[in-house]
Write a protein that binds this ligand. Structure first.
Ligand SMILES: Nc1ncnc2c1ncn2[C@@H]1O[C@H](COP(=O)(O)OP(=O)(O)OP(=O)(O)O)[C@@H](O)[C@H]1O
Length: 467
């Protein structure tokens, strides 16, 4: 009884705080609009004041301007900035801005904060404002001068990072580019697990402001460093992907995807609100999960931090070629799987198969999936093991257990609950045997009935600290 009351109370208070957030955002926007209206022109806006249309020359105020117009204006501010002189500049970034990510503030963040800071740091940039899904992917897939950049900066969430990496994966030089082209993130999306995992390693507090402040500092610093983050090979019914964060199916995947409609209004509170609804309306799904337990097999992953502006990507590629010699070139043509086919399979390496009714299956490769507590506290950036956890229908008592599980995630105690099974694996395969849920890879829905994930010895590099 206590738990029910407590659960309702906690969720109720969180819902209230979310409603307050919406309320304050609305008020804030109205106040901002009003103050801008007042200051912009003494003549009245012809849309706000249709009766005064006889008054010629009034400019349309910002609350009447469509989002598209606002975006166009911010884009032209960004594109018209004078770059620092080539001879003084420390390096160049390729920047992707998704104007619709999260609360839709990324253009504003770049125009007013990131751009001016990069200018002061003498860092040049080439900006791509993404016009829709696959824009960033196509640019990275086909760009012939990627080698001239010191890094890629992304103003969006994990979704655009995933898309960018999979654009690179389509290139012939993908496995040369991954470890030499650092990815920086300014958190503008609603899910920023990669950034939070990186920042938490250096003790940044996991709240929206601290994460944003630190991310801005690193993204615009001439002393920024990048370090290794493990990359995973994923095969679905029809495609191969590169992934860095998570594979979900069942409860948590549903919460993530079904709450997307509240992305703009609730921000990250959308997970709490949908979690509450879904634990009241619990569903289970039939599936077959096959995995192999992780063994280090002599692999010792390292962080390998380096200064981003000391060399361009091409210089880093050339340097690694010199150090390795041409004989190893084939290693950079495709994935280097952790469990190679040539390994002798011992009895401990055997695959374990579970066919059952699942409530949740969630596997992560990094510590954080969002800016709250870590989902897998023992996960390390460079380490290539997959932290798999799942809940079977037969193992839970009542649906209160699920509410307890969702609340426990915030307090980092979810993995200690008796009905949560967890294992560290080097490969896993999920076969979906009933409809109704989503298969979600790094926060993005993938249309498939089978998904196979393998640890690899490949890595990307991510902006992580300042010297
Ligand atoms: N201009 C655009 N309009 C609509 N979608 C876009 C645009 N540019 C990129 N996208 C797509 O939007 C998705 C952005 O996801 P991302 O995680 O970066 O942001 P987000 O706001 O946190 O989204 P989500 O909450 O869905 O994860 C990517 O899949 C990308 O392909």
């Amino acid at each position: 009884m206590f738990i029910i009351v407590f659960t309702i109370y906690e969720n109720y208070s969180k819902c209230c705080s979310s409603l307050l957030t919406i309320f304050s955002l609305t008020i804030n926007r109205k106040l901002t609009n009003r103050s801008m209206q007042g200051s912009s022109s003494s003549k009245k806006c012809p849309i706000c004041h249709p009766d005064d249309q006889h008054e010629m020359g009034g400019t349309i105020c910002c609350c009447c301007r469509s989002d598209a117009e606002e975006q166009e204006q911010l884009t032209s501010v960004i594109l018209s900035r004078e770059p620092p002189p080539q001879e003084q500049c420390r390096g160049t970034l390729l920047v992707f801005i998704n104007p619709h990510s999260g609360k839709g503030k990324s253009l504003e963040t770049f125009a007013h904060t990131v751009g001016p800071k990069l200018d002061r740091s003498l860092i040049r940039y080439e900006v791509v404002v993404t016009t829709g899904p696959n824009h960033a992917r196509n640019v990275l897939m086909t760009k012939t001068d990627l080698g001239k950049f010191n890094g890629v900066l992304i103003l969006s969430g994990d979704g655009l990072v995933f898309e960018a990496l999979n654009g690179i994966l389509c290139r012939d030089d993908a496995f040369r580019i991954f470890p030499t082209l650092p990815i920086g993130i300014v958190p503008s999306g609603s899910g920023n697990g990669l950034l939070c995992s990186v920042l938490s390693k250096y003790g940044t507090k996991m709240n929206e402001k601290s994460v944003m402040d630190r991310a801005l500092e690193i993204a615009t610093s001439p002393n920024a460093k990048a370090e290794t983050v493990a990359l995973y090979s994923v095969k679905t019914d029809s495609q191969t992907y590169a992934a860095f964060l998570s594979i979900g199916w069942g409860l948590m995947a549903d919460i993530d995807i079904e709450s997307e409609k509240w992305r703009k209004s609730l921000g990250h509170h959308r997970f709490t609100a949908m979690g509450f609804i879904r634990s009241c309306n619990l569903r289970s799904y039939k599936g077959r999960l096959t995995y192999r337990l992780y063994k280090p097999k002599g692999f010792k992953p390292a962080s390998n931090p380096f200064n981003i502006y000391e060399k361009t990507t091409q210089q880093r590629i050339d340097e690694s070629k010199e150090n390795e010699g041409d004989t190893l070139d084939s290693k950079f043509k495709t994935w280097t799987l952790h469990d190679s086919d040539t390994d002798t399979i011992s009895s401990e390496d055997e695959e374990i198969v579970i066919e059952d009714d699942f409530i949740n299956m969630y596997a992560v490769t990094l510590s954080h999936i969002a800016a709250d507590g870590p989902f897998a506290p023992s996960a390390k950036l460079e380490d290539n093991r997959i932290h798999l956890s799942y809940i079977l229908w037969k193992d839970i008592g009542t649906r209160v257990d699920i509410a307890k599980y969702l609340l426990a995630i915030e307090h980092e105690t979810h993995l200690d609950l008796p009905f949560v099974k967890r294992v560290e694996v080097s490969s896993m395969k999920l076969e979906v045997l009933s409809d109704g849920s989503f298969v979600v890879l790094d926060g993005e829905v993938v249309e498939t009935k089978t998904i196979e994930v393998s640890s690899t010895r490949n890595n990307i590099c991510v902006f992580s600290s300042t010297a």
